[in-house]
Design a protein around this ligand. Structure first.
Ligand code: GDG
Length: 736
């Protein structure tokens, strides 16, 4: 290959050809390296391009007098061929000014943080932020980024070492691969060198006649490269050898040849210990390990992450999910991998179309409404189902390349119902369990799915099926008993000689997280809202904006309260926080309109000059702010029409002050009602009844509130997110 013509070399710089400096500004490109690249380009007729995340100015400074060496700056966004810089994707949005202004306001308050503006990207650096302040800083930064990203399609969030970055998602190093191939001419072969995760994009884009080489010591992570070299020194020796091979008579003996990477999933044999648990969910945790040694991430993460992190970390576990990207053209040769995170993370990309059909289509357009008993909202499309099957297969392939065949695997939720069987077909022998976070329907609903037989059959390839409530367990047993030839016991299903255990594992929360004092950095906004309500009794609703959560019905019940019990007018305030969710699914857009219309109608009808009955907030708050709202609310109105569990109910209980607790008004159709029997239970389908229950909650005397709260709090403390995860993994490990 070294003698092939045309030949092109595409190489990363930092970490690949030169060692990292403690500070990026201290980096120098040695004269011999410049001379070598020039020689490859001019003497050996190789098309050489250096690709980097650095800005154009830095690369111009590094290679001042080398027009023959082409340059690619800002992760593929800018290219310099023959001396002139051009954009890889002219017209790509640079509309980052609003985000920059928001982040600069944050940075002004947090010493050591810094916003760096690039052409299509903004980087938020926090290496110099005091470790004690980082958690709070990241929570706030994340909220700003996530809120902005929700309204700016086409941008994505990346996380590096002590830096968060938002950049135009289509800009990536892989853009340089077809560009260089075309420039190099027909029949060109490429050698691509790189060392880190951003280089994996390039490795994934190489053709069958090209070669990708990962430079650096083995790290035990998956890579799309086929070859490896030990570090920059070896990489340079290898390039010298290519240079020589194109000139001297017999090919000289190489000093360092690239070594093949074991083909087992293209995962390098490294020093890392084996993973003893693999968790798989549709999405990965929101925050990818912005960790420094000794730093914890506990503050930044949601419920499932807090629950899984300890069990995974204790087992050196790995978490596989969709990368969140739909623009990389779909799945590449192997999963991406980041073992600097704890737990280690692995991910696959999906094409936009595949993701839309699998996620918006079959998962959220068919399974979600059906499993929540909304058959009228269900739409079945063959293409959506095919995409769902395909994505489950892709996850199985990725999983098989990541862990040995006997590793316990924990699958999460309705997006991946076929994954257990897909893993078995690929030879996975270790225990496989699936936990369903949403309800499981009875046979009458389940068999409405045109592919119900296949789903049931594939579910039964798992060794363990976990649900929130005994009712879900009963439903799955009934489905298996009536819709398949399986033999069904009280807690297991026997099918084709294989036993699937079925059990309820009610999920909990981390109660301490909702008992913290107001965080001075974020308290103002929550406090201002609470103050604005004055002496009114606060009735609170907090949910993802989802039709299962019963938000319009709750608003109607509140309006009905004002009619049936007019004495409450001017004395109560209803605050509904709706967290944006699945906003690109039409059903969710309609739901939002419906809620906003109801809020307007109720405020118009009942509002007075000095009293606004309903405050509606379509946004998210961080956990510390949520805790303040929960604590201030006289009634926590958690009234989903149907819900697997509902963590808001448990969070409300955890946040109450024991001496003067509020009342949890809880839907009978939330899984949480099974454990939280001492809440005031209500039927969200019956508006008049719910209004009367709300009145009762508002009037409940202190002794009754104390008694109910004490019982509820004991349950919330006993079954937590951590006990839930340990229970499930314990049962899973016991399966085989
Ligand atoms: C599924 C199932 C099951 C709320 N507002 C904000 C915010 N939240 C957090 C809450 C709570 C979580 O979101 C919502 O959890 P739920 O359990 O209520 O509901 P789903 O999202 O539908 O979850 C459900 C759950 O999986 C677990 O198995 O209980 O039945 O449907 O933790 O605090 N979080 C942030 N900002 C907000 O404004 N950051």
């Amino acid at each position: 290959m070294a003698r092939h013509t045309p030949l092109a070399i595409l190489t990363d710089l930092d970490g690949t050809l030169i060692p990292f400096s403690p500070h990026p500004d201290q980096t120098r490109v040695p004269a011999e390296l410049s001379a070598l690249l020039q020689s490859l380009a001019l003497r050996s007729g190789i098309q050489v391009a250096v690709v980097s995340g650095r800005p154009r100015e830095a690369l111009d400074r590094f290679f001042p007098a080398s027009p023959a060496v082409w340059l690619v700056a800002e992760h593929g966004g800018w290219r310099r061929a023959d001396g002139a810089w051009t954009e890889a994707l002219p017209g790509e949005s640079r509309d980052l000014d609003g985000l920059q202004a928001d982040l600069e306001r944050l940075v002004a308050r947090v010493p050591g943080s810094l916003v760096e503006r690039k052409t299509w990207a903004l980087a938020l650096h926090f290496r110099m932020v005091a470790p004690a302040d980082r958690g709070a800083f990241l929570v706030e930064a994340s909220e700003i980024l996530e809120a902005w990203l929700r309204t700016h399609e086409g941008f994505e969030r990346l996380e590096g070492a002590a830096v968060l970055e938002v950049r135009a998602a289509r800009i990536r190093k892989s853009l340089a691969v077809p560009w260089l191939r075309e420039k190099a001419g027909a029949g060109a072969r490429l050698i691509v060198l790189g060392d880190d995760v951003t280089d994996e994009d390039m490795f994934g884009a190489v053709g069958t006649h090209d070669e990708a080489i990962r430079v650096g010591p083995a790290v035990g992570r998956a890579t799309r490269a086929r070859w490896t070299l030990g570090g920059p020194e070896e990489a340079i020796a290898f390039l010298r050898w290519i240079d020589a091979a194109r000139h001297e008579g017999p090919t000289p003996a190489p000093v360092h040849v690239p070594r093949p990477i074991a083909r087992d999933g293209r995962r390098e044999a490294g020093p890392a210990a084996p993973h003893r648990l693999l968790a798989i969910s549709n999405r990965l945790p929101d925050l990818r390990a912005p960790t420094e040694p000794g730093e914890t991430r506990k503050k930044n993460v949601g419920g499932l992450v807090s629950a899984l992190e300890p069990v995974l970390t204790a087992r050196n576990g790995l978490w596989l999910g969709w990368s969140g990207r739909t623009d990389a053209g779909g799945p590449a040769a192997g999963p991406g991998f980041d073992d600097s995170a704890a737990p280690a993370l692995a991910w696959i990309d999906l094409s936009r179309d595949l993701h839309r059909r699998y996620y918006n289509g079959f998962s959220n357009g068919a399974l979600w409404p059906l499993f929540h008993t909304f058959p009228a909202r269900v739409a079945f499309h063959d293409e959506d189902w095919e995409a769902y099957v395909r994505v489950n297969d892709l996850f199985a392939e990725a999983a098989r390349s990541l862990v040995p065949e006997d590793t316990p695997i924990w699958i999460h939720d309705y997006h991946l119902l076929l994954l257990g069987a897909a893993l078995r077909r690929r030879g996975h022998r270790g225990p496989v369990g699936l936990f369903l976070h949403i309800p499981f329907p009875g046979p009458d609903l389940f068999r409405m799915i045109p592919w119900s037989d296949r789903i049931l059959e594939d579910l039964l390839a798992c060794d363990l099926l976990g649900f929130h409530t005994p009712n879900d367990v009963a439903n799955v047993l009934q489905c298996a008993g009536s819709l398949s030839p399986a033999k069904v016991g009280d807690d297991a299903i026997l099918h084709r000689g294989h036993r699937t255990r079925v059990r309820a594992f009610p999920i909990g929360i981390i109660p301490e997280g909702f008992q913290e004092a107001p965080d001075p950095d974020v308290a103002d906004e929550a406090a201002a809202l609470i103050r604005s309500i004055g002496t009114s009794e606060l009735i609170l609703g907090i949910d993802r904006l989802d039709y299962t959560k019963g938000i319009p019905e709750r608003l109607e019940a509140f309006a009905r309260l004002l009619v049936l019990f007019p004495e409450w007018r001017g004395k109560v305030a209803f605050v509904q926080i709706s967290v944006p969710s699945r906003a690109d699914v039409p059903e969710y857009k309609q739901q939002r309109n419906r809620i906003e219309a109801a809020v307007g109608r109720i405020n118009g009808e009942f509002g007075e000059a000095h009293w606004t009955p309903v405050r509606y907030l379509y946004r998210s708050y961080n956990r510390n702010q949520l805790a303040q709202f929960y604590r201030a609310a006289r009634v926590g109105m958690v009234t989903p029409l149907r819900d697997g569990m509902n963590l808001v109910a448990k969070e409300y209980v955890a946040a109450q002050t024991a001496a003067n607790p509020g009342v949890l008004l809880l839907s009978r159709f939330a899984g949480a009602a099974v454990e939280l029997r001492d809440a005031l239970l209500t039927n969200p389908w019956h508006i008049d009844g719910m209004a009367r229950d709300l009145d009762r909650a508002l009037r409940m005397p202190l002794p009754e509130r104390l008694e109910r709260h004490a019982k509820l709090a004991a349950i919330v403390r006993r079954t937590t997110a951590l006990t839930w995860a340990e229970d499930f993994v314990g049962a899973l490990e016991a399966c085989r």
